[in-house]
Design a protein around this ligand. Structure first.
Ligand SMILES: O=C(O)[C@H](O)[C@@H](O)[C@H](O)[C@H](O)COP(=O)(O)O
Length: 225
């Protein structure tokens, strides 16, 4: 007899999907369109898979990314590919997805075009779902990035980011634009990230642990072992 009890991480993904769906429904009760900002990486996949089949007016929902690696959409490490493969399936395929890359060689060359693309979306976002790396980064706001100070202070929506800890050039929503949301969710799993979160909650230096810029938005923390 196979055990069908969901794991803590599967339960977490489902609870987060229900909370995000509820946020979208609430906003769409009074607005024509709603915007959802998602992070990439590995953690969100079960969340995307739990959200995709939900009964939502997907044709009125816009989806974009908190950040992206500056790679083609068919690359293994493309966040756009992750969203298309795990979220924009079935009912959710009706959503409007706005990727953060262009045909430009570099994010520095592409940032203006992508910013123009974002301008027409339904800001403030209904929800921003953030992840977190072991170094306390979120989106592509990395402690070892020379663009971190700019990304934390600029009024511009997007920043091109290069950082020694990452193999690819990246583009990220700025802290200002990530804050332009009605709700923030932090989706993390495992004991290592729990310990990083504990450190982040016990200090104030955002440059040391950039996730700190979003812990008092307020943020709903979705963590499972
Ligand atoms: O492009 C990315 O990689 C994400 O947007 C990034 O900010 C992610 O949320 C963290 O790196 C955690 O990634 P994992 O979920 O893979 O640990």
């Amino acid at each position: 007899m196979t055990d069908t009890t969901p794991t803590p991480r599967e339960q977490l993904a489902r609870q987060l999907a229900e909370a995000v769906a509820e946020a979208l429904r609430a906003d769409l009760a009074t607005r024509e369109r709603a915007l959802l900002v998602l992070s990439g990486g590995s953690t969100p996949v079960p969340f995307f898979q739990a959200l995709a089949p939900m009964d939502l007016p997907w044709a009125r929902i816009e989806v974009t990314l908190a950040d992206e690696r500056w790679v083609t959409e068919d690359a293994d490490d493309s966040n756009a590919r992750l969203v298309r493969e795990h979220l924009l399936q079935g009912p959710a395929a009706e959503a409007t997805f706005v990727p953060l890359t262009s045909a430009a060689e570099t994010p520095e060359q592409g940032v203006e075009e992508v910013a123009a693309r974002l301008a027409g979306l339904a800001w403030p976002a209904s929800a921003v779902v953030l992840g977190m790396g072991g170094d306390g980064h979120t989106a592509s706001l990395f402690p070892d990035s020379q663009e971190l100070a700019l990304a934390l202070t600029t009024e511009e929506p997007l920043v091109a980011v290069r950082t020694p800890s990452q193999p690819q050039a990246r583009i990220t929503l700025s802290a200002e634009r990530l804050h332009r949301a009605r709700r923030h969710f932090l989706h993390i799993t495992g004991s290592d990230k729990r310990d990083v979160l504990a450190r982040a909650l016990s200090g104030d230096d955002v440059r040391e642990l950039p996730i700190r810029a979003f812990l008092a938005c307020p943020a709903a923390i979705y963590w499972a072992p």
